[in-house]
Design a protein around this ligand. Sequence first.
Ligand code: CMC
Length: 392
Amino acid sequence: TGYVTLDIGYKNTGATKSAITFLDGEVGILKYRGYPIEQLAQKSSFLEVAYLLIYGELPTAEQIKNFQTQINHHTLVHEDMKKFFDGYPSNSHPMGQLTGLISSLSAFYPESLNSNQTAEEINLTIVKLLAKMTTIVSWIYKKSLGHPVIYPQNRFDYVTNFLYMTFGQRTEEVVIDPVVVEAMNVLLILHGDHEQNCSTSTVRIVGSSEANLYSSVTAGICALWGPLHGGANQAVIEMLEKIKADGGDTEKWINKAKDKNDPFRLMGFGHRVYKNFDPRAKIIKKACDDILEKLGIDDEVLSIAKQLEEVALKDPYFIERKLYPNVDFYSGIIYRALGFPTEMFTVLFALGRLPGWIAQWKEMKENKEPIGRPRQIYVGAVDRDYVDIDKR
Ligand code: CMC
C-alpha cells in the first residue's frame, strides 16, 4: 500500500488472466479460444462462435442443436416490458433504448439477482439474454420505422430469426436472402470478442461487485456507445456522408485529421492495440466488396472510404503513428447495404459483442476475481479549513 503505479487509460496494465481471446497487435493476429478469426469467419456460424466463446469448445452437432433449442424457448420478451418500450419516443437513439431494455431484464427476470446462482441457473440467464437480445434489437429497428413488432419463429436459426423479426412483415411470408444471413453471420462473428477493451473491462469490473449479468452487460453497452469505441461505426458513415456532400475531396479531410488544432479524427482509423493492421478490417473490406456485388449495390461512400484509406496509408502522419483502418471502417457500409439505418449500427455491434461480454463475465465469476478497484494519485488541495458561506 502507499505505492501506486500510474497508467492513465490502462495502456499497459493487465487486469486479469483470460483464456478467451488472444491478440497480437504487432503482427495482426486475433484468435478466439485458439481458433484464428479468419477460419471462424469463413467456416463457422455466429451461434457456434457464441458457444465457443462462452463454453470454451466448438460444440458437437448435438450440443449446438440443444443450444439453439434452448435459445428458441426464450426469445419471447415479457409483454409488460413491451409497454414501457412503447413509451420511448420513436426518434430516440437505438442505443439509449437498448441500455434501458437490457437493464430492465433484471427486473422482469429477477432470478438473475441471486449472486450465488448455480452453474445451471447461470446458464439459463445466459440463454435468456442471448435469446431476448435478438427480439429487443428487432423491436428497436421496427420502432424506428413505426412498424409493429414481429414475434420470433422457432423454426429459424439464431441469425435468421433475428433477420426475420427485423425485416419480416406481419402481412406476408418473408424469405430471408441467404446472402444477407451469411453477411450478418460474418459481421457478428468478427465482433464476438476482443479481450479487455473498454466495454468488456466495464462488464468485468461491474460484475466483480457481484452485480447480475443483465446489469453488467448493460454497463458494457453504455461503454460501447462512445464514438471512440463501438459508436465509431455510426461516426464513420456520418463522416463519409459529409465528405461526399463536400465534393469527395479526401485529401482535404486527411489534412483535417492531421491538424492538431482541429478536433476532427479519421473515424474508423487507429487502434489501441493493433499497430500493423486489424485482421477484422481485412476480412470486412473483402466481405464488403463481395456483399455489395452480390446484392447489386453501388454505394458511393464505399469508393470514398477506399480513397481515404489509400491516401492515409501513404501519408507519413498515419505511417509514423501506425494508424490503420479498424473493424469499424467498413462494417457500416455492409450494415447499410443490408438495409439498416445508421443509428442502428452500434446496436448491431452490441449484438455481436454479447457472447464476448457473457464469456468474460462468466470467466471473471469462475475465477472468483476480487472486486475491481483501481487506485489513483491524489493531486488536489491538501489541508483547508471550512469557510462559512458569507466569508467566501
Ligand atoms: N485520426 C487522426 N489521428 C489519430 C487517429 C485518428 N483516427 N487515431 C489516433 N491518432 C493520432 C493521435 O492524435 C495521436 O497523435 P500524437 O501522437 O501526435 O498525439 C496518435 O495518433 C496516437 O493516438 P492515441 O489517441 O494516443 O491512441 P489511443 O490508443 O489512445 O486511441 C483510438 C485509440 C482507437 C481511440 C484512436 O485511434 C481513435 O480515436 N480512433 C478513431 C475512433 C475509432 O475508430 N474507434 C474505433 C476503435 S476499433 C473498434 C472498437 O474499439 O470499438
